[in-house]
Design a protein around this ligand. Structure first.
Ligand SMILES: Cc1cc2nc3c(=O)[nH]c(=O)nc-3n(C[C@H](O)[C@H](O)[C@H](O)COP(=O)(O)OP(=O)(O)OC[C@H]3O[C@@H](n4cnc5c(N)ncnc54)[C@H](O)[C@@H]3O)c2cc1C
Length: 588
C-alpha cells in the first residue's frame, strides 16, 4: 500500500506536518511517497523562483533519501493527479491507501484542494490536510465581529498567544522502491501529467541569466543563516534593516518562500534570542528582536489577506481603484503591429513612451540612482532590499503611473523569493490599493529616501557601475536634473525610429529562445528576463531621469483627484510629505 504525501510549498523534512504524520501513522506494509507538484492551472512560478526550486529539489531528495521516502516531481493539477491515483488500484499493486497534504495558497488552490479531497473520499481514500506554510490557520483568526482582519496592528496582536509548533524530523521507513516505481509507471502514462526530473542531481539547471546568483538554496543553509543572523545581527535589526548597503536583514525570504525553513522555527528561535537579549539587559537589542518578529507576522498578515481574498494577485483589495487611469504601455503584440506606422498619433506615442519608461525601470536605467541600483540588484541577485523595493514600487506606480500589477509581474519573474501573498500584498500596499495601505498620493521621494538610508551612496555605487567613481555630492545632484522622456532617454530622436525596431528585434530573439527546451523538459519561459539581458547592458554615461522628482507630489495628487472627481482629495498636510504620517506608517 502507498501513502502519498503532497508537500505543497514546503521543501523540507523538519517541521513538515504532512510528511511527519504520514510517516508516523504508516502501518506495516505501507510505504510513503512524497510528491512535489507544479500546477499549470494556477499562476506558474516566475523564472528566478523556479531557478531556486530546481536547486532545492535535489537537496530535498537527499534529505528524503535518509528517510527512505522517494520524491516524485510532477506538473499537473491536483484533481487530475487524484484521478490518476484513484486509477491505481485497478491497474497496479501496490494501491494508494491514504493521502496527506500540506495546503497551498492563492488562486483557486483552496477550491482545488477541496475537490481533490472530495474525489479521494468518494473512492474511500482518506485525506488529511495541514497548514504548514504559515503560523496560523487564516480562518481561525477573526475580528470581534467574526470577519477577517484588514488592518495589521490588531491582527498582529493575536500572535502574542501563538506558540510555535515544532515538529522533529520523522523516523525513516524501511526502504521500498516498488511503491515509487509503480506510481511513476502509472503517472508517466497520463497525458495531463508530466513527470519532471527536477530532483535528479543529473539534471542540473543553470540558465545564463542566473550565473550571477550567489545563493545557496536548501534547508541546511536556511538554518545556518537563521542562527548566524540571530547571533550576530538581530540586536541591531531595528536600525540595520533600513540600510540597503549593510547586511542588516536576515535574507531568509527565499528560504521561507520555498518552505525550506518553517515560520514556526523562525518565530521560536527569534523569541529565544529576544529572551536572551532581555536577560542580558540589552533592552534595545530585545526590542530589535521583537521588530524582527513583527516582520514575520507581516508575512502572516499577507497570507491572511490572500486566504480571504484569493484574487489579490490580480485584483485590487480596494475596488475603488478598479477604474483608476493607470498609464497604458504598448504590449509586445501592439508594438509589433505599430512598427510599420511612420506617424504615430498621440495615444500611440504616449503608449510607446509608457513602454519605454517601463523598460527603463525594469532594466535600471531610469536616471534615478537609488531606483536603478535597486532594479539592478534585483536583476543581478534575484533579490532586493525591502527599503528599495518600496522606493522602486512607489516610483513605478506614482511617478510613472504604471499599474501595480505591471511591477508585481516583473518582481514575480525576477525575485527568488516571489511570494503569492507578500508580492501582490506589498505592491498594493505601496500603490495605495491594498489592505492597510498608504494612500496613493503619498509618494516615496527617491532623493530623500536615498539621503536618509544611503547617505554615502555606497549602495548606489555598488550596483550602478557608471556611478562607481562619482562623489556623493555628484550622485545626489543627479536627482535634481530635469527629466526627459523615457523614449528620448534611449537616445533616439523619435520613438518610432530605432527604439521600437530594436525592441522588436529583441522580441524576435526572445521568441526563438523561448522555444528552446532542455533535456526533454520545457524550460520555464524566460520571457521578459531575456529582453532585460539585452537592454540592461551598463552604459558609459549615466542617463537623465525619466521623471522630474520635483513635480512628482503634485502629479500624484492631480492624478488622484482626476480619478476621484467626487472625492475631495487629500488635505494639505496629508499630501505634503513623501512619508506616510505616523499613524499609518510602519516602515518609514
Ligand atoms: C513591492 C514589494 C514586493 C515584495 N515582494 C515580496 C515577495 O515576493 N516575497 C517576500 O517574501 N517578500 C516580499 N516583500 C517584502 C520584503 O521586501 C521582503 O520580505 C524582505 O525584503 C526580505 O528580506 P529579508 O528576508 O532579509 O527580510 P527581513 O527583514 O530579515 O525579515 C524577515 C522575514 O520577514 C518577512 N517580511 C519582512 N518584511 C515583510 C513584508 N513587508 N511583507 C511580508 N513579509 C515580510 C519575510 O518573510 C522576511 O524574510 C516585498 C516588499 C515590497 C515593498
Amino acid at each position: 500500500m502507498v501513502v502519498v504525501t503532497f508537500l505543497g510549498p514546503c521543501l523540507r523534512t523538519l517541521d513538515n506536518p504532512a510528511l511527519a504524520s504520514a510517516l508516523h501513522e504508516r502501518t506495516d506494509g505501507e510505504s510513503v511517497v512524497a510528491c512535489y507538484v507544479e500546477d499549470p492551472t494556477q499562476r506558474l512560478p516566475g523564472a528566478a523562483y523556479t531557478w531556486w526550486t530546481r536547486k532545492s529539489l535535489p537537496l530535498l531528495r537527499q534529505q528524503l533519501d535518509r528517510l527512505h521516502v522517494p520524491l516524485v516531481c510532477l506538473r499537473g493539477s491536483l484533481p487530475h493527479i487524484a484521478r490518476a491515483l484513484v486509477g491505481l488500484p485497478a491497474r497496479t499493486t501496490p494501491r494508494v491507501s491514504r493521502v496527506y497534504l500540506n495546503r497551498r495558497w492563492g488562486g483557486t488552490t483552496a477550491e482545488q484542494d477541496e475537490q481533490f479531497e472530495a474525489w479521494l473520499h468518494e473512492h474511500d481514500i482518506p485525506v488529511k490536510k495541514f497548514t504548514a506554510h504559515t503560523l496560523h490557520d487564516p480562518w481561525e483568526i477573526k475580528t470581534g465581529q467574526g470577519g477577517y482582519y484588514r488592518v495589521y496592528t490588531p491582527f498582529s496582536k493575536q500572535f502574542a498567544q501563538v506558540k510555535p509548533r515544532l515538529i522533529d524530523e520523522p523516523a525513516a521507513q524501511p526502504p521500498d522502491t516498488q511503491a515509487h516505481d509503480s506510481i511513476l509507471a502509472v503517472l508517466n502514462k497520463e497525458h495531463d501529467i508530466q513527470v519532471l526530473d527536477w530532483a535528479s542531481p543529473s539534471a542540473p539547471y543553470d540558465p545564463p541569466w542566473a550565473r550571477s546568483f550567489t545563493w545557496k538554496p536548501g534547508a541546511d543553509e536556511a538554518h545556518k543563516i537563521l542562527d548566524a543572523f540571530l547571533a550576530n545581527n538581530v540586536a541591531d535589526y531595528a536600525e540595520g534593516r533600513n540600510l540597503p548597503f549593510s547586511h542588516g536583514t536576515s535574507q531568509l525570504s527565499p528560504y521561507l518562500a520555498h518552505g525550506e525553513i518553517s515560520p514556526h522555527r523562525v518565530l521560536d528561535a527569534t523569541r529565544k534570542a529576544k529572551a536572551r537579549l532581555h536577560s542580558s539587559k540589552d533592552k534595545a537589542g530585545a526590542e530589535s528582536a521583537f521588530q524582527f518578529e513583527r516582520e514575520i507576522i507581516w508575512r502572516e498578515f499577507q497570507y491572511h489577506i490572500l486566504y480571504h481574498e484569493p484574487y489579490i494577485g490580480w485584483g485590487n483589495h480596494n475596488t475603488k481603484f478598479d477604474h483608476f487611469p493607470w498609464a497604458k504601455a504598448l504590449s509586445d503584440e501592439e508594438l509589433r503591429g505599430a512598427l510599420p506606422n511612420p506617424r504615430p498619433d498621440d495615444a500611440l506615442e504616449k503608449a510607446l513612451e509608457a513602454r519605454a519608461a517601463l523598460e527603463c525601470w525594469k532594466s535600471g536605467h531610469t536616471g534615478i540612482p537609488i531606483v536603478d541600483a535597486g532594479m539592478r540588484q534585483l536583476w543581478t541577485t534575484g533579490w532586493m532590499h525591502n527599503r528599495v523595493r518600496m522606493i522602486v514600487a512607489s516610483f513605478l506606480t506614482k511617478n510613472l503611473h504604471h499599474h501595480w500589477h505591471t511591477g508585481e509581474q516583473w518582481f514575480w519573474d525576477a525575485l527568488v523569493d516571489a511570494d503569492p501573498a507578500s508580492n501582490p500584498g506589498n505592491w498594493q500596499w505601496v500603490a495605495g490599493t491594498g489592505a492597510d495601505a498608504a494612500p496613493y498620493f503619498r509618494v516615496f521621494n527617491p532623493m530623500r529616501q536615498a539621503q536618509r538610508f544611503d547617505e554615502t551612496c555606497a549602495y548606489v555605487r555598488q550596483w550602478v557601475p557608471e556611478l562607481k567613481s562619482e562623489s556623493t555630492k555628484a550622485i545626489t545632484a543627479l536627482y535634481e536634473r530635469e527629466a526627459c522622456s523615457g523614449t528620448c532617454l534611449l537616445e533616439h530622436p523619435s520613438p518610432m525610429s530605432l527604439w521600437p525596431k530594436q525592441l522588436a528585434f529583441l522580441l524576435q530573439e526572445e521568441t526563438k529562445l523561448d522555444t528552446k527546451s532542455e533535456g526533454g523538459t520545457a524550460v520555464p519561459a524566460a520571457g521578459q528576463l531575456i529582453t532585460l539581458r539585452h537592454v540592461a547592458t551598463p552604459e558609459a554615461s549615466y542617463r537623465r531621469p525619466i521623471a522630474n522628482l520635483k513635480t512628482t507630489k503634485d502629479e500624484a495628487l492631480s492624478y488622484f483627484q482626476m480619478y476621484g472627481k467626487t472625492n475631495k482629495g487629500p488635505s494639505k498636510e496629508e499630501s505634503d510629505t513623501d512619508e506616510p504620517p505616523k499613524k499609518a506608517a510602519r516602515r518609514s
